[in-house]
Design a protein around this ligand. Structure first.
Ligand code: ATP
Ligand code: MG
Length: 258
């Protein structure tokens, strides 16, 4: 059964999409079967995976609205992970979604048919605690929260944790915090170090040991429609995302053994 990880933080620009794309590519590079779901109408994860937004006719919208099967819509990337793509139409779908019955459960239901054919399903969430993010949190086993170690980084974290708690208590009791990931980390910046220390104090082992450094190659890769691990395999960003994949795989195998 696939582990379903929602990459969420309602704060914008913290590295959700970058993490979804590069974690998916890194897990696929280590021979895992991966599906990445682009649940953000901005469609950055789709384009960042080398898929042009005019190259597909069906998208995650059709899947959520029950008008297509996941397996009919997925696109295989050359980096060997599958993408359930999106485009701006998802904004329209979101409005229709609000009028549907069991509207929080639509993604969960749609994923049932593919859970046995993937090892990991990674969901890139939009920067909002809206119905799309709720669908991701209801479908997920765990949440990975990217955090940019800057002033205000911790603001909003409590409302995200509050939403996770609410969903846990109501519809998805098994939902876990997968981990907090420090992104765009600049070890020379005092504020980065201070925020990072606060995170470790508050959340301890739930903070990943792997830190994603601020790295220009990471920022350049999406404009080439490519993950950084192939765009520049020797960059610090590539090494960091491969290390993150390793840390996640080790955590799961430790749980499986225990
Ligand atoms: P949104 O909330 O809009 O969906 P996001 O949380 O998905 O944003 P990203 O799009 O992944 O964030 O990243 C925001 C910007 O920061 C992008 O321009 C991205 O290329 C850049 N970026 C992300 N991670 C890094 C990094 N490690 N080093 C340098 N730039 C980065
Ligand atoms: Mg994004």
């Amino acid at each position: 059964m696939a582990k379903i990880i929602a990459v969420a933080n309602q704060k914008g620009g913290v590295g959700k999409t970058t993490t979804s794309v590069n974690l998916s590519a890194s897990l696929a590079a280590t021979k895992h079967r991966v599906l990445m779901i682009d649940l953000d109408p901005q469609g950055n994860a789709t384009v960042g995976s080398g898929i042009r937004s005019d190259s597909f006719t069906q998208s995650v919208n059709d899947v959520l609205l029950g008008e297509a099967l996941v397996s009919d819509v997925v696109i295989r990337t050359q980096w060997k992970y599958d993408v359930l793509p999106t485009n701006a139409d998802l904004t329209v779908a979101e409005v229709r979604l609000l009028q549907m019955q069991d509207r929080e459960q639509l993604l969960k239901r749609a994923l049932r048919s593919v859970q046995s054919i993937y090892d990991f399903i990674i969901i890139d969430c939009p920067p909002a605690l809206n119905m799309l993010t709720v669908n991701a949190l209801v479908a997920a086993d765990s949440v990975l929260v990217p955090i940019q170690c800057e002033y205000f980084a911790l603001e909003g974290l409590s409302s995200l944790l509050g939403s996770i708690d609410q969903i846990k208590k109501s519809v998805n009791p098994g939902l876990q915090i997968e981990g907090l990931l420090r992104t765009m980390y600049d070890g020379r910046n005092r504020l980065t170090i201070e925020v990072s220390e606060q995170l470790l104090q508050h959340f301890g082992e739930r903070v990943y040991q792997t830190v994603i450094p601020r790295n220009v190659r990471v920022a350049e890769a999406p404009s080439h429609g490519e993950p950084v691990i192939t765009y520049d395999p020797r960059s610090q960003g590539a090494a960091a995302y491969l290390a993150l994949a390793g840390e996640i795989i080790r955590r799961y195998s430790a749980v499986a053994v225990a």
